[in-house]
Design a protein around this ligand. Structure first.
Ligand code: UDX
Length: 447
């Protein structure tokens, strides 16, 4: 099938590449000429495991191309995917200007049946707005060309996006047009050979499904983070509680890991946007607001620990920081808890020595050169002259470090574990003052 993908960002690139992988003829179009030039030289502008190789293979096979030429792009694909950004407005609602601009371009150039597929995360009702733009453009050209607008939200996790796309749990298709539905089924047939993975529903339900999924996951995390705070104050261990409840299949083990808060490009944005949508229809989003508030509080927990440990005197202190990305296997720093921590530390007059396996350039880009931030070459380099070590992101390489070396290098053996990756008893036995998330009394009893 001939496919056009508007937007060569994260979602667009993964979608285009994976669809080329199953034999489609994919043309990706982006307004950023520099980005397109880089992609045409074989440079991949984002970090996603496995993506480079897959792009290279499909470019070599001639199934994946990149262009800035909108007219060519609209002429190419029977399916036209919109995978451009939907940044948050001040009030948290999604900014649809790029999505609607693409719709306008399609309407300006199309001269035969097209299925316009909303892949970007867009509020409920966006497909109707896309449809309105298309019909307006066609009317202005005096043309009567049939088209369908379909919602096909993505459920990709950064760091596992290729696998998520190639082996989806489900493919949600919101479509009110029989021909378009069949095309979408055909397109996704190779991804669910063993069982039918395509869930067809009406357009608005598909649009809401995307937000519902992310909001539910964010809710699980905030719920656990709230319970972690409670466990700490009650002398319980949230990790025991997590096992205790996760073993109930109705609850399950997934996404109930307490930590220093969720970040990334999706959860924070989508929870806010859905709450905004609720307000627009005069419905008070009680749970969504709470999920967000709990997360905002949770992102301050690591700083609070340090503040209390040092009795409010952080000025002149040096804090070593392991992990900057919002989660492992990405260089993405959007809404990362590490940022809340670093910014609070700087505000309090402390210095940060940080290391992340992938997000160093991104951090440099965000904060530039500053006296109170040292970006170190290795995890152990951060410890030099540091008063405490904080783990913010649970990269695999941080999971079983040389604790003797850490203890010897730190000025004081203080370890704040923002992801509960270490064993409290072992830490205490090794002579650390060890703080974790929601493991209050159980840690103290080891002393
Ligand atoms: C998420 C969704 O998982 C994905 O389906 C959607 O398409 C986009 O948003 P992503 O943002 O890439 O994906 O990361 P994810 O692995 O879901 O983690 C999000 C955040 O939640 C991270 O900051 C992570 O550290 C945190 N998290 C996750 C927890 O704190 N506890 C958990 O139990 C799980």
């Amino acid at each position: 099938m001939k496919i056009t993908i508007f937007g060569s960002g994260y979602v667009g690139l993964v979608t285009g590449t994976c669809l080329a992988e199953t034999g489609n003829d994919v043309l990706c179009v982006d307004v950023n000429a520099d980005r397109v030039a880089r992609l045409n030289r074989g440079e991949v502008p984002i970090y996603e495991p496995g993506l480079d190789d897959m792009i290279a293979a499909n470019r070599n096979a001639g199934r994946l191309r990149f262009t800035t030429d909108v007219a060519e792009a609209v002429g190419h694909g029977l399916l036209q995917f919109i995978a451009v950004g939907t940044p948050s407005e001040e009030d948290g609602s999604a900014d649809l200007q790029y999505v609607l601009q693409v719709a306008k371009s399609i309407g300006e150039h199309m001269d035969g049946y097209r299925v316009v597929v909303d892949k970007s995360t867009v509020p409920v009702g966006t497909a109707d707005r896309v449809r309105a733009v298309l019909s307006e453009q066609l009317a202005a050209r005096g043309m009567d060309v049939p088209y369908a607008v379909v919602s096909n939200p993505e459920f990709l996790k950064e760091g596992a996006a290729i696998n998520d796309f190639m082996k989806p749990d489900r493919v949600v298709v919101g479509s009110d047009d029989g021909r378009a539905t069949q095309l979408m089924r055909d397109l996704y047939a190779p991804f669910g050979r063993k069982q039918e993975k395509v869930l067809v529903m009406d357009v608005r339900s598909a649009e809401l499904t995307k937000y519902a999924a992310n909001a539910m996951l964010a809710t699980k995390i905030s719920f656990m983070n709230e319970l972690a705070g409670l466990a700490e104050r009650l002398g319980a261990d949230i990790e025991s509680v997590r096992h205790g409840i996760g073993s109930d299949p109705r609850i399950g083990y997934h996404f109930i890991y307490p930590g220093c808060g969720y970040g990334g490009s999706c959860f924070p944005k989508d929870v806010k946007a859905l709450a905004g949508t609720a307000r627009e229809v005069d419905y008070q989003p009680l749970i969504l607001d709470a999920v967000e508030a709990v997360n905002a509080r949770q992102k301050t927990v690591l700083f609070q620990r340090l503040y209390e440990h040092f009795h409010g005197h952080l000025e002149g202190r040096t804090i070593a920081l392991w992990g900057l990305a919002f989660k492992p296997n990405t260089d993405d720093m959007r809404e990362a808890p590490s940022r809340t921590l670093m910014e609070a530390l700087w505000q309090a007059g402390a210095r940060v020595r940080a290391f992340d396996p992938e997000a160093m350039d991104e951090t440099r880009h965000l904060y530039g050169e500053r006296d109170d931030l040292a970006l170190c070459d290795s995890a152990y380099d951060t410890l030099e002259g540091a008063d405490a070590l904080v783990l913010c992101t649970e990269w695999q390489q941080f999971r079983s470090p040389d604790f003797d070396r850490i203890k010897a290098a730190l000025k004081q053996p203080v370890l704040v574990d923002g992801r509960n990756v270490y064993d409290p008893k072992r830490m205490v036995d090794a002579g650390f003052t060890y703080y974790a998330i929601g493991r209050g009394e159980s840690v103290r009893t080891f002393n």
